[in-house]
Design a protein around this ligand. Structure first.
Ligand SMILES: Nc1ncnc2c1ncn2[C@@H]1O[C@H](COP(=O)(O)OP(=O)(O)OP(=O)(O)O)[C@@H](O)[C@H]1O
Ligand SMILES: [Mg+2]
Length: 169
């Protein structure tokens, strides 16, 4: 049976979103696939900036949305493949995507506007990160881990998020 784990992270600032990205990046192994979902300006690229730091990519690299190039590749402790499907028309024909060659391969893959690709086109082992801006302006990142490989990470993140909330009072 498929294993699904969930955690809700709170972010009150750009820095906090980046530091969640960094925290997760430190814990990812080669082949990890991250599906970043959520409206314009909700913090996906900001998160990937932190992720890159966590993967040991030099801060000299400017991480921006690869909206026009579709895919950017950075070299760190492991490779980071950063993709953005925003400009693609829906539905996206998965076979036409260069991106798919990277999935589950020799890189960590982080894809903005992942909801443009059909759920069946993603590997069974993947991490969904759903970014939301609440009416109160508070940002939430919901992690949904698909597969055993993400179980521990999501559980520890949930625990850290709880601790964080109680620390904040
Ligand atoms: N808690 C927060 N986390 C992340 N970004 C925040 C937060 N609060 C405010 N912001 C602002 O929101 C914006 C997020 O922009 P970002 O480029 O990361 O969004 P995005 O989801 O990648 O958008 P797009 O879909 O256009 O690629 C930035 O301008 C950032 O300063
Ligand atoms: Mg972006």
């Amino acid at each position: 049976m498929a294993s699904i784990t969930k955690a809700v992270l709170i972010s009150r600032s750009q820095m906090e979103t980046e530091s969640w990205g960094q925290w997760i990046g430190r814990r990812l192994a080669n082949g990890a696939v991250l599906r970043l979902e959520g409206e314009l300006g909700c913090g996906k690229t900001c998160f990937v900036r932190g992720l890159a730091r966590g993967l040991g990519i030099s801060p000299d690299y400017d991480i921006v949305s690869p909206t026009y190039t579709l895919v950017n590749v950075y070299q760190g402790r492991v490779q980071l493949v950063h993709a953005d499907l925003y400009r693609l028309a829906e539905p996206v024909d998965a076979e036409s995507l260069e991106l798919l060659d990277w999935l589950g391969g020799d890189a960590v893959v982080a894809v903005e506007w992942a909801e443009k690709l059909h759920p069946r086109d993603w590997p069974a082992e993947s991490l969904v990160l759903r970014f939301e801006v609440g009416a109160d302006g508070l940002r939430r990142i919901t992690l949904i881990g698909y597969g055993l490989g993400f179980q521990d990470l999501v559980k520890v993140a949930a625990h850290k998020a709880d601790n964080h909330l109680s620390e904040a009072g």
